[in-house]
Design a protein. Structure first.
Length: 267
């Protein structure tokens, strides 16, 4: 199974693309993030606000049905492009997180690893009242909630960003802390790619849920399955790059579609 951001939209985490498949927002690129402290300040100021909602997201019916299908022995491993950890929260196991997990933070200078929760606490202490000021500046907070992204990022005015105090690594003192996720323009670690290919090549079929397959990190597995004659089924709300390789193509809400699938299967 391969899952994408569309599986988490029913948990309140909008995906990057609209119903027509067009990208609604452009995430920060890896080269931009690593280039300057100002870019990292902008990312962390925005992510500091977005994380407060993102971290409260809980698994939806789709995540729970996936976990149930796995427990019933109908699924092997799960490959996900998501960084929200909601598969595991729903009880799934053997999840290959292609793009990492937002709960982890790594220092690009010394390699030290820490939790996002502890970094958030440090940011909160260093920026008293920041969230309240930002939310008050946008009235009812609709701008923040409507712009949250699958990586926890949101949109903030530059004036607000400039008041945010960036935090340094506690080990080496550099301001090069980064969520341990794959940014756009960054490569997925090779071992994860190899594990994922092995999983696909050993599967009887490949089920794709909620991914537009617009980026090669996920689309390559559909291509490999099609090349090897492995049936591909895709369930999303909008067209995907892999529709031409699919044996079965369904448009629909993932929660109710997966519930109907499980109910139709023999007990």
């Amino acid at each position: 199974m391969l899952t994408g951001a569309g599986l988490s939209t029913e948990s309140g985490i909008p995906d990057y693309r609209g119903a027509d498949g067009t990208r609604r927002v452009t995430p920060m690129q890896y080269a931009e993030f690593t280039a300057t402290s100002a870019a990292r300040q902008r990312y962390w100021a925005r992510s500091f606000i977005g994380w407060q909602r993102f971290s409260r997201a809980t698994p939806n019916a789709g995540h729970r049905e996936v976990a149930d299908l796995q427990r019933a022995g109908l699924l092997d491993g799960i490959i996900t492009q998501n960084v929200d950890g909601l598969h595991q929260a729903a009880g799934a196991h053997d999840v290959i997180e292609l793009h990492g997990n937002l709960e982890d933070v790594v220092c690009l200078t010394c390699g030290d690893r820490t939790s996002r929760a502890s970094l958030h606490d440090r940011m909160d202490e260093a920026n008293p009242g920041f969230a309240d000021r930002v939310l008050r500046a946008v009235g009812d907070g609709s701008r923040v909630s409507s712009q949250i992204r699958p990586d926890g990022d949101i949109v903030l005015d530059d004036d607000a960003v400039r008041t945010f105090h960036l935090q340094d690594c506690l080990v080496c003192g550099h301001d090069t802390l980064k969520p341990d996720v794959v940014f756009f323009g960054e490569s997925v670690p090779k071992p994860k790619v190899e594990r994922s290919f092995a999983l696909v090549e050993g599967a009887a079929s490949l089920l794709v849920l909620g991914s537009s397959l617009a980026v090669m990190s996920g689309y390559r597995f559909v291509r490999r399955a099609a090349r090897d004659g492995i049936p591909v089924a895709i369930v999303t709300a909008s067209p995907t790059r892999g529709d031409g390789e699919a044996s079965v193509r369904l448009h629909g809400r993932l929660g109710e579609t997966l519930t109907a699938l499980r109910e139709a299967l023999p007990a």
